[in-house]
Design a protein around this ligand. Structure first.
Ligand code: GTP
Ligand code: SPV
Ligand code: MN
Length: 582
């Protein structure tokens, strides 16, 4: 396989000559190709087969121990003007970025095969989809891209037809963290990444293309590329509402996207459209429609068990690539809170010893295609996407943020999104558990200045008449002993029900300075073991704490200077004044 598109041939030739790759493999995306790659990787030690009786077609990859998560400090947006990247991004001038990373690509693929992966983000026949080509020297990346994207011949056909594609160049390099960079050149629709084999750094269709480059494109084209799950919530009456939820990394998107209703909620059903990324477009009727650009899940493994997420637990029993989990003595994958089995070998391939810390890396991941999910919605393949009733922001806040509240209107909702803060997780290298601002859960993923991004969000008020209602949730409030106040997981459906009822104007609410909160009895907890006092704490606000929070949000927003939209400044002031009056 080669291509009729000269721009692509030219680029492939250029890369081959710079990197000195030994051979070129054009990926077709066929099952046979996938199996051949798996065989090759089990032969060379990149993968090892797991217990094939219990986990058919499942494999384990143990990464370099210094290469286990996203590296935000090594991720750059290269725009001519630094202000276009904004205070939310690391910046380098494009010429400097190219020079720096090209030097690392010189000869980087000597003795290695260079894989050319044409891929399509989104249903292959959707006008909302966008294509790219990733060149990589990692067979592990190819196999993951096969599960995560629509990859191969069909994508190449579309690319040849359109003549336009995002260029992603990747090499694992020597895995030295000192020679690791992930650079984005939005104006050139190009990405260059070297020195890491880890998901978000190496599967360039995902965060690099579908969020950073796509958000930049979306701004000029009038849509939104967001770090959101998409799920359909079906009532016992058969009415389905689609929601899109933006929670920061490792804050519960995968879990919510495949939620199993509690026993008391028979007749309810949750359908998964996506667990990480949503592309939202205003349609002719003034609604926002969402597609999931991905076709697989790259999900957090630890914590996945029969109780917390049975759909995921079952889904990853076959056809799955595990990265950095532990193994039992009969070669089954194992992780913290799996609920069954015990570790024999840890994620670094050592005999398990509790003194060495956790058996599975806290950011160990599974890769599996979406169609293996028991709650998979066929509409994930619909070219026109699904209409969104509610946008739900959230984060990990052990204090302050109530279980749920609703923004007064779109403009207020944009402020709620811009003010999101969350405790950091193991999804990125660095300290865990530190509260930081993560607007719209996009801090690591917005390809341009957040101030311009908020202005873009605000602009939808004028272009789409039937915008989704906007909410904020927090499953992570804790008591003084560090125990979660809310049971979470499947029980979150109770909160989603209130959200739907609000969308349908079927339930009242208490109006507060920060937005609408549920009335005490409007969240159904009849069969839950949770006290009235706890529910009271979860559905009320502490005015003093919120005054401080609004001051912190205001200070954060002001750090964006002149570009900050006046509307956000006004909203912030309005809420602070209402809190002062309360
Ligand atoms: P990325 O893939 O990194 O973008 O993350 P994600 O948002 O999809 O996170 P995921 O759903 O994988 O959740 C990560 C962690 O949050 C796991 O350890 C879960 O067990 C935990 N978690 C998810 N939902 C809940 C919840 O409702 N309550 C509590 N307490 N923990 C939750
Ligand atoms: C995240 O960190 O938000 C992820 C995992 O979804 S990764 O694709 O590695 O970025
Ligand atoms: Mn994510």
């Amino acid at each position: 396989m080669t291509t009729t598109l000269s721009a692509l041939t030219q680029w492939v030739d250029e890369v081959a000559s710079r990197t000195q790759s030994e051979s070129i493999h054009w990926c077709t995306g066929s099952e046979a190709e996938y199996q051949q790659l798996i065989e090759q990787m089990t032969a060379d030690g990149t993968l090892s087969a797991l217990n094939q009786d219990e986990y058919p077609n499942c494999y384990l990859h143990l990464s370099d121990p210094t290469d286990v998560a996203r590296v935000e400090h090594l991720t750059f947006i290269c725009t001519d003007d630094q202000d276009d990247a904004g205070p939310n991004n690391n910046w380098m001038a494009p010429a400097e970025g190219h020079a720096k990373i090209d030097a690392l690509f010189d000869g980087a693929m000597r003795g290695r095969t260079m894989y050319v992966i044409p891929y399509c983000m989104g249903p292959i026949d959707s006008p909302y989809s966008r294509c790219g080509v990733e060149i990589t020297d990692s067979a592990y990346v190819v196999a993951n891209m096969k599960l995560m994207t629509r990859m191969g011949a069909k994508a190449l056909e579309r690319i040849e037809r359109e003549g336009k594609f995002v260029k992603g160049l990747h090499s694992t390099g020597d895995l030295d963290p000192e020679r690791r960079f992930i650079m984005h050149f939005p104006a050139e629709l190009s990405i260059k990444s070297i020195g890491s084999g880890y998901g978000g750094n190496a599967l360039l269709g995902k965060k690099c293309h579908a969020l950073r480059i796509a958000s930049y494109q979306a701004r000029t084209e009038g849509w939104l590329a967001e770090h959101m799950l998409i799920a359909g919530l079906e009532s016992p009456q058969g009415v389905v509402h689609y929601v899109a939820c933006a929670f920061p990394s490792a804050c519960g998107k995968t879990n919510l996207a495949m939620l199993i209703p509690p026993e008391s909620h028979s007749g309810w059903k949750v359908w998964t459209l996506g667990d990480d990324i949503a592309w939202l477009h205003p349609d002719k009727s003034g609604k926002l429609r969402a597609i999931n650009p991905e076709s697989g899940y790259f999900g957090v493994v630890p914590g996945t068990n029969e109780q917390s997420n049975k759909n995921a637990f079952d889904m990853i029993k076959r056809d799955t690539i595990f990265t950095n989990v532990a193994r039992t003595d009969d070669n089954q994958p194992w992780w913290e809170n799996k609920g069954v089995g015990s570790p024999a070998i840890d994620w670094q391939g050592r005999e398990y010893d509790a003194a060495n810390g956790k058996a599975a890396h806290p950011n160990s991941r599974f890769t599996v295609k979406a169609t293996n999910n028991p709650s998979y919605s066929k509409l994930a393949d619909a070219p026109e996407g699904v209409p969104i009733s509610a946008i739900i922001f959230g984060g990990r806040r052990k204090e302050l943020a109530p279980l749920v509240y609703q923004a007064r209107d779109w403009r207020h909702g944009v402020l709620v999104g811009a003010g999101v803060a969350s405790e950091t997780t193991a999804a990125a290298t660095g300290a865990v558990g530190v509260v930081r601002r993560d607007p719209m859960a996009m801090k690591p993923f917005c390809g341009y200045n957040f101030a311009d991004y908020w202005a873009h969000w605000l602009s939808f008020e004028a272009t789409a008449q039937h915008l989704p209602k906007i909410f904020h949730v927090n499953w992570f409030r804790q008591d003084n002993d560090g125990k979660f106040l809310w049971p979470g997981f499947g029980e979150n459906l109770r909160v989603l029900r209130w959200i739907i009822e609000r969308c349908e104007n079927r339930v009242g609410a208490t109006e507060t300075a920060i937005g609408y909160l549920p009335n005490p009895n409007d969240i159904d907890t009849a069969d839950l073991d949770i006290s009235t006092a706890t529910m009271q704490a979860l559905t009320s606000i502490d005015v003093k704490q919120w005054q401080d929070e609004m001051a912190a949000i205001n200070e954060y927003l002001e750090s964006y200077g002149d570009r900050l939209p006046e509307a956000l400044r006004d909203e912030c002031r309005r809420i602070s004044e209402e809190l002062d009056a309360a």
